[in-house]
Design a binder for this molecule. Structure first.
Ligand SMILES: CC(C)(COP(=O)(O)OP(=O)(O)OC[C@H]1O[C@@H](n2cnc3c(N)ncnc32)[C@H](O)[C@@H]1OP(=O)(O)O)[C@@H](O)C(=O)NCCC(=O)NCCS
Length: 324
């Protein structure tokens, strides 16, 4: 059957780096605590003027298109995932369209918090597999540090900025199989309720609601329970053995979450690539940034079987299984 194969990958990470030692000068924390609890050593921080979710998306998109060796005019759909867009409208996808010379193609954004890239990828695959698109650009772009409370050591240590992109092209191959879930009933432990509005800053509690709020332990428990169960459900529903999977490309949120998931699934940690030490949690951008790094390091081979999985605010969680 026709399915989308990844023919190009690209990413953009802003040049400014914030180390754990830098953070220890802002909040009461230290490198040892952050490294031990999260695996993060440093993260890239967007420049307040130069870098926005939309501009970082454009840079990642151009890199992915160059890697694919195609021209922008060949693209017939752009789907961008972001929870932290700098534009209300046009969408980030439209901004990217302008930058890559894909005038006339369909463009829209999705917001599914950290699993946004998987939601965008599955949407792109559904367009391709139903014959509605041949070449699709899929993106994740985030500027989370704009929404972080820099006085809250429980959250500000976790996040970083960046963007990643993949070009998919219709080819004969194995179908993309996926399951996506959400549970607003359990969403109170992770949210960012309001966008900043100049005239509402004086309203009681308003400014606080513009920052990300997180109960870390609750989120941790949710992830290490639901994500392994979802991967198990995915493998049963689509009848594949976890032993056949070459790479488990997971959302980079916390090294301990990945270790606990690998253990629960009974899969070697070696099959879980990680770059969280250098990026922190970049939400929907984390998976395409990691895929790009894997490709550059020669770790992706045509035919490799990949499970991607992510989780985040909503609460949302999802996973898919496909052939590279
Ligand atoms: C946030 C997280 C790293 C905290 O680790 P934890 O082991 O759960 O730590 P706790 O929140 O229970 O806090 C333990 C102690 O460390 C302290 N602490 C919290 N942040 C700290 C920091 N940055 N530096 C030093 N101490 C810190 C707490 O105040 C607490 O102190 P106390 O015992 O005196 O009250 C962890 O819960 C986590 O990663 N959760 C998942 C979050 C996530 O991935 N979110 C995004 C999903 S997309």
């Amino acid at each position: 059957m026709l399915t989308g194969k990844i023919i190009g990958l690209g990413s953009y990470l802003p040049p400014k780096i914030l180390t754990n030692d830098d953070l220890s000068k802002i909040v009461d924390t230290n490198d040892e605590w952050i490294t031990e609890r999260t695996g993060i050593k440093r993260r890239h921080i967007a420049d307040a003027v130069e870098d926005k979710a939309s501009t970082m998306a454009c840079k990642a998109a151009l890199a992915a298109i160059e890697d694919a060796g195609i021209s922008g005019s060949e693209i017939d759909l752009i789907v961008a995932a972001s929870t932290t867009p700098d534009v209300v409208f046009p969408s980030i996808a439209c901004c990217v369209q302008g930058a890559v010379g894909a005038d006339g193609c369909a463009c829209f954004d999705v917001n599914s918090a950290c699993p946004g890239f998987i939601a965008a990828y599955n949407t792109a695959q559904s367009y391709i597999e139903s014959g509605n698109a041949k070449t699709v650009l899929v993106l994740g772009a985030e500027c989370l540090t704009n929404f972080v409370d820099w006085e809250d050591r429980g959250t500000c240590i976790l996040f970083g900025d960046g963007a990643g992109a993949a070009v998919l092209r219709a080819e004969e191959g194995m179908k993309n199989s996926f399951i996506m879930k959400a549970s607003m009933n359990r969403g109170a432990c992770l949210h960012c309720e309001a966008m900043k509005q100049p005239k509402r800053v004086d309203e009681e509690g308003f400014l606080k609601s513009t920052f990300m709020y997180m109960q870390g332990r609750e989120v941790f428990r949710f992830v290490v329970t639901e994500v392994p169960a979802l991967i198990d459900e995915l493998s049963k529903k689509y009848e594949f053995d976890l032993g056949e999977v070459d790479h488990f490309v997971f959302h980079q949120a916390n090294r301990r979450i990945i270790e606990a998931t690998a253990k629960k699934l009974g899969v070697s940690l070696e099959k879980f690539p990680m770059n969280i030490q250098d990026t922190g949690n970049t939400s929907s951008a984390s998976i395409p940034i990691l895929l790009t790094q894997m490709k550059k390091e020669g770790k992706l081979k045509k035919g490799d079987k990949i499970v991607m999985s992510s989780f985040g605010g909503g609460l949302t969680w999802g996973a898919n299984y496909f052939e590279y």
